[in-house]
Design a protein around this ligand. Sequence first.
Ligand code: FAD
Length: 486
Amino acid sequence: MKDEYRRRLTQLLGDSVSFDQQICAAYDHDLGEMPGVLMAQIKACPTAVVVPKTTQDVVKALTFAGETGTPVTPRGQASSGFGGAIPTRGGLLLDLSSLNRVLAVDQEAMTVDVEPGVVWQGLSKELQRCGLDNRICPTSAPSATVGGWFAMGGVGIGSLRYGSVADVVEEIDVVGLDGRTVTCRGDRMQPYYQTCGSLGIITRLRLKCRKAEALRPYAIEFPDAFSLQAFMQEAIRSFDIDTAILHSDGYVAMRKAAGGHHSLAKGHFLAILAIPESQADDAKLALLTKMHKGEQFSEQVAREEWGDRFYPMRIKKVGPTVLVGEFYLPVDNFAAAWEEIAGDLSRDCIGMEALAISKSELTVLVYLPECSKDLLYPVRMAKAVRPAAIARRHGGRPYTAGMWFAAESKEVLGKAKYAGYRRLKKELDPENLLNPGKIVAPGMRWLPILNLGTVVHLGSALASPFARFLSYRGKGPSPSGEHHEH
Ligand SMILES: Cc1cc2nc3c(=O)[nH]c(=O)nc-3n(C[C@H](O)[C@H](O)[C@H](O)COP(=O)(O)OP(=O)(O)OC[C@H]3O[C@@H](n4cnc5c(N)ncnc54)[C@H](O)[C@@H]3O)c2cc1C
């Protein structure tokens, strides 16, 4: 960045902007561990980091970027792991976690206005003081920001009742490269949902809340995937379930190896349900459990399992790293898809965690411990795409795009929304300055005629048959272990 630009930025933003190389380098990655060969294709280190004190600082930074043709990357807590918050062309990094005030709670309308950097778990605590709570939150609630989750898109705890994050956001303020702030509601918010801040920076969100209520947790063990699926199909129809989380034996074993308490018998599954106290019917649930060969754990175990819902990545301790494959899957095809996935990757110790997000669909995460220091890591990583490919044959679809899965953006957004996005991008950001390389993949440094998304996509497809045979030889857990007392 030219000296004159630095001077202007400092004049505009004072100590909210930093050019310190060590500070900038701290923002060149997110939670995912990508091989150096891929990271070398982008300019991930920003030239300057802006930590805004007010939304006016965001306006100033964007106006500067628009006038000088500087790329801008927004960032919440970088917990998404899909590369959405990593710069691809250097420029300004906007750390929005500093805008973290709860602006107003409307108890009657049951809504809350927040700045984008407010963290979900903190917001829940704040709302509970006035008898309200978040309708939904990601399982990364202890760190993930409200703005980051909306811009990334997704589903989480509570989605079975309330839908995706798009369904709970009522209104947003967005700042564009011309420094203007627009307020959007209803369909006008759609272009900003799931598009990684590549059309504008969100500076305020109004969320629908719910009355705070006690949830009763249950933990139930099933002997196989088909019994679990049959139970889930009926339970979702029969009860007003807030959240249903499913774990495979491998996942529970990984958690045990990482310091957890419980384990499951080989091939067994765990369902953790949370039902509002007012709707809970223990006798009816016990009958349904028995009908599907399930066995309920004690109330204490259920409470411990439910209490652990925000710490799924504790299992990272068993890897040096953990590869994650994520996708949506119809509930009706869960068992068949899982049997195929488990058979395909049987050489590795794999774990599965799923969340019911509607009466008909689950989001499924497959975890594979791996060694990111291994020379063959770029090939090994391709294992993570195999479960999603199998899920597709069972009616599954991709979860989100970010940067690394930009080649799947059309499928993630849907054809019509993708086409509308491309039109709007040309109109609002013709120079591609707002979070470049997201949704539409970045170009490659070494081979500029190719884009990185296509290379990652094709590379994964080519490498995955070989990756399957490169099994993990680390200290991973064995799925069999001490069985917990019911
Ligand atoms: C342990 C764990 C559990 C998780 N559980 C879930 C889950 O249950 N459901 C789920 O969907 N995801 C989940 N995730 C993924 C991730 O946590 C969510 O997508 C999360 O909400 C992202 O929030 P963040 O603040 O980290 O955003 P970031 O990762 O920092 O940003 C996400 C995207 O939004 C953009 N962005 C950030 N702030 C703004 C803004 N103000 N305006 C415009 N664009 C912006 C960024 O550029 C980036 O493209 C999980 C991740 C982890 C590590």
